[in-house]
Design a protein around this ligand. Structure first.
Ligand SMILES: *Cc1c(COP(=O)(O)O)cnc(C)c1O
Length: 447
């Protein structure tokens, strides 16, 4: 069997929330001013109650609203595919499966959460959402989602991506969103940063500050975040729950689950539904891959840190490189974030997830091999997961182990990155040790 396709009526009807199953639990988010656990009312300034309840929830299963399900069905359920041709090219006995999330209208897993977030905001009377986007994938997803629910959308797009990726802008415009390069003249944060450095490439941390400022200062406007937070990971569990069912139909069970990690949402979405099995003693490994140039899991610190540059977000207990860390301009824009989801960070602390880092050239090489064998061009972010799956498969090519990875998105709007790779313009960045140390020195002081 090459691929497993579920019927619509076989789709999961609830999301899975891993929070109650994390052995060491989660640390609460803190108020950036008082350093005490933050009051939900304070978060209610920019998030709807429906999402805040999920953020704090200890329920394992949360019903997917019918309105969300209806939009999911534009592309869901997504296929699970066996990568026979890749296995053959590698000469491995490993069975490699991938969950293909590139089939969504914007080409990645991100609409799984965007649609849910737009729905809960709409239900509570919110008319406009603001957000940041790095590579443009999250902005596209939220533009799609807000268009489905008749809402307005404003996207602060990190300057370097804004200049590199004109077609992401076209895509967001088509769905009716308003896009501006960040830092922008539209916010006090943006104006202050532009004054100091008019040529700054921007960063996700800056764009988040701007989107939050815009939401807090406009009536009827909320803010939406595309990764990191617990509610985003709950929404992404749809892909893991489907994959688990599809693996059963394929008569397979993963020895290793692999994913690429930016803020951690696609990998958590795939692996979390397997955590209960792991806790019951099932032998299964979870390995998350991040870029060596932005190594929050493998070289960052587990500490309370701000999610943005200005310090407006609650402090999250997470693996972080420090909120002032400016990652090098690698092409996997969606992996350039200083922090990692508290859920992923807690699962690393509890020795359930094994974090690893990889360099960009080996990832592009893996991505090109995947394209030429399996016929789908991966997003630069996704090549990190492919490289990870190949590393697992080649540890012992005679070991017939089963590997499952998430194909988080396609690269059809990222072809400039492939051109740069083929032209020899991409380089591996050495691990930015000094910058990380300097940035970690600025972590907020707690207690
Ligand atoms: C955003 C993105 C990622 C990284 O984000 P996570 O929250 O870690 O999943 C990975 N792949 C693609 C295609 C993306 O768009």
């Amino acid at each position: 069997m090459k691929k497993v396709v579920l019927r619509e009526d076989e789709m999961p009807t609830s999301w899975y929330n891993v929070a109650p199953d994390i052995p060491g639990g989660l640390q609460p988010p803190l108020d950036p001013e008082t350093k005490e656990p933050i009051a939900p009312e304070k978060l209610a300034a920019v998030f709807p109650m429906g999402l805040l309840e999920q953020e704090m929830s200890q329920e394992r299963f949360i019903k997917i609203p019918d309105e969300v399900m209806e939009v999911y069905k534009i592309w869901r359920p997504s296929p699970l595919v066996r990568a026979y041709k890749l296995e053959e090219a590698l000469g491995t006995k490993a069975k490699i499966f991938f969950k293909n999330e590139s089939v969504s209208p914007v080409g990645s897993h991100k609409p799984n959460s965007a649609v849910a977030q737009a729905y809960y905001n709409k239900r509570e009377g919110v008319k406009r959402l603001t957000t940041e986007t790095g590579a443009g994938q999250w902005g596209s997803a939220l533009a799609l989602a807000t268009s489905k629910f008749g809402m307005e959308c404003k996207v602060f797009m990190v300057r370097c991506s804004y200049d590199q990726k004109p077609y992401r802008k076209s895509l967001m415009h088509t769905f009716g969103a308003d896009i501006v390069a960040s830092p922008s003249p539209d916010t006090a944060t943006g104006r202050a940063i532009l004054e100091k450095d008019p040529n700054t490439p921007g960063s996700l941390g800056i764009a988040i500050s701007e989107a939050l400022e815009d939401a807090a200062s406009h009536e009827g406007t909320n803010y939406a975040l595309g990764s990191v937070l617990n509610h985003v990971i709950i929404h992404q569990s749809i892909l893991g729950l489907e994959a688990k069912k599809q693996m059963e139909i394929a008569g397979a069970y993963p020895d290793v689950v692999v994913g690429c990690c930016g803020g951690g949402s696609n990998f958590a979405g795939l692996m979390a539904p397997y955590v209960p099995d792991y806790l019951e003693g099932k032998k299964i490994k979870f390995v998350g891959y991040e870029p060596a140039s932005c190594p929050s899991m493998t070289a960052g610190k587990l500490a309370y840190d701000s999610g943005d540059v200005v310090g407006m977000t609650p402090l999250l207990y997470m693996h972080t490189l420090g909120h002032n860390f400016m990652p090098p301009g690698i092409h996997a824009g969606g992996l350039r974030y200083h922090g990692m989801a508290p859920i992923i960070s807690a699962l690393i602390r509890d020795d359930i997830i094994e974090p690893k880092s990889v360099h960009q050239l080996e990832c592009f090489e893996a991505g090109v091999l995947f394209a030429r064998t399996e016929g789908i061009i991966p997003a630069p972010e996704t090549t990190h997961a492919i490289r990870g799956a190949i590393i697992e498969a080649m540890k012992d090519p005679n070991d017939p182990k089963t590997i499952l990875f998430n194909f988080s998105g396609h690269g059809l709007i990222d072809m400039a990155a492939y051109d740069a790779y083929f032209n020899g313009e991409l380089h591996d960045y050495s691990y930015p040790k000094d910058e990380i140390a300097a940035s970690l020195a600025d972590l907020p002081k707690i207690g």
